[in-house]
Design a protein around this ligand. Sequence first.
Ligand code: SIN
Length: 282
Amino acid sequence: MSAYRHITVSPLAGALGAEIGGVDIAAGLDDATVAEIRRALLEHLVIFFRDQRLDDASHKAFSRRFGRLFVHPNFDLGQADPEIVRLVRQPGDTRIVGEEWHTDTTMMPAPPMGAILYALDVPPYGGDTLFANQYLAFETLSDGMKAMLTGLRAVHSDIRVAGPQAGLNARRSSRVREDANWRPTESVHPVVRTHPETGRRCLFVNHSYTCRFDGMTERESRPLLDFLLEHGHRPEFTCRFRWAAGSIAFWDNRCTKHLAIHDAGPFPRRMQRTQIAGDPVV
Ligand code: SIN
């Protein structure tokens, strides 16, 4: 891997994560800098920026340098700009968005390739985000397990994270669709996916959306699925990001899982997120 010439890249943990320096995103970035940011994302899986000042327009403009913006169907509540999702946690909220280990929006046939989360207002402590490397999750399995998983497919549904049955709006400030017309979205994806850019294989199941293996019942699926879900976030596969106002996390949603830690206690936390469209999972 050649050296970076337009950005600085400081790894945060052994498994994944790097802080990027030397860029002022709102000022606009030339193509060479964007190419290095993309390279850093592929190399480190989640990258972080500090001390940025974004408004909605510059947040979206930066995101578009990496692909088409994705509109999250469950956060599309008729607001003026559905391309930006406001993730707000208020004191008293008993649930928050993303509090389980998950890969974003995998009920879709083509889940987003990535997300760019920008911090507006953060608690003085608490409210960190954890990320986990799903290449490592796959590569550390035994040959026997790898062989068994290859060719296996899993059903992903948003039934637990949106809609009237989940009933989350009563317990948290960030609202999702719970109207009577809402219907769950389901897709079937390979349990082991090949990253479309790196060609590397990674584990592709997550707590929030994966409900069972294709062709099996939930009960039959549970023991193996539970093992894979727990294995996927072993501590040595993770990094932890401490937010400050103006921080950004940009994760590759094809080969990572993440979790928002629900420990902000009496403090508000205000973030905004874009998602970038991805490809069908292969
Ligand atoms: C998310 O899951 O996209 C939100 C993560 C966070 O708020 O830290």
